[in-house]
Design a protein around this ligand. Structure first.
Ligand SMILES: Nc1nc2c(ncn2[C@@H]2O[C@H](COP(=O)(O)OP(=O)(O)OP(=O)(O)O)[C@@H](O)[C@H]2O)c(=O)[nH]1
Ligand SMILES: [Mg+2]
Length: 219
């Protein structure tokens, strides 16, 4: 559901960080804001938090202009994970061009991860997005903790789905840019197929990913 104005040469893309309550969606955005170069990214808006819980959404925007003069704005949102905020999750998920599912690696959260993934499937269908084709990655966050699901189990369960899976500790700041980078790559492919970013606007996939994942010096 790419927003594209060919006359004005403007495109708005929307990525959504989805997942159960307290899995680390907001922390992922905070880390992206800290780790990525100032050039090209906007300010982080963390909205309406109460005791660390998102009750509306967070937003981190990025801006880039392609060699062909197309102005791209990429908006990265988080949803509130708490079950009761389902209406807000649906609203944030509207017109998403890509989704990162942030799972909580703790063994105690396994059931919550599953029900949140089911909720994602249901809500994607509700907003008219095909889960089979939407750019989608999964991150197992909180790998710094003990009593977590072993990586081999995650591989065995998720590999057959073909969805790229990343291990991360958003708290420690690793795996976060990698997760985002893969989502950006898949999103490029989807947008390029539809609107010809390479042909029409001279934007190569590598350049798109490079510009959006450039790290702040020394980070
Ligand atoms: N140990 C550890 N804690 C983490 C990690 N990522 C996030 N947390 C902590 O988990 C808590 C919840 O993190 P948030 O980023 O607010 O979680 P959220 O997914 O945005 O939660 P909701 O907004 O309620 O959906 C905070 O106390 C974070 O510091 C991690 O990688 N490791
Ligand atoms: Mg949050």
């Amino acid at each position: 559901m790419i927003e594209f104005d060919r006359e004005e040469k403007r495109m708005v893309l929307k990525l959504v960080f989805y997942g159960p309550a307290l899995s680390g969606k907001t922390t992922n955005l905070l880390r992206l804001h800290d780790l990525l170069a100032r050039e090209g990214r906007g300010e982080l808006m963390v909205l309406d938090t109460r005791d660390d819980r998102t009750i509306f959404f967070d937003l981190l925007p990025f801006f880039l202009v392609t060699p062909g003069g197309l102005k791209i704005k990429l908006k990265v949102y988080t949803v509130p994970g708490q079950v009761k905020h389902d209406a807000t999750r649906k609203a944030v998920l509207q017109r998403a061009d890509g989704v990162a599912f942030i799972a909580d690696s703790r063994l105690s959260e396994t059931a919550n991860n599953y029900s949140s993934f089911e909720n994602l499937e249901k809500n994607l269908a509700f907003v008219g997005i095909d889960i089979e084709t939407v750019p989608l990655v999964i991150q197992f966050n909180k790998r710094d903790l003990s009593e977590i699901v072993p990586e081999t189990d995650i591989e065995r369960l998720w590999r057959p789905t073909g969805i790229p899976v990343f291990m991360a500790s958003a708290l420690q700041g690793w795996g976060v840019v990698e997760t985002f980078g893969r989502l950006v790559e898949l999103t490029y492919d989807a947008v390029d197929r539809k609107w010809g970013l390479r042909e029409g606007y001279g934007l190569e996939r590598e350049e798109f990913v490079r510009r959006l994942t450039l790290r702040e010096q020394g980070r």
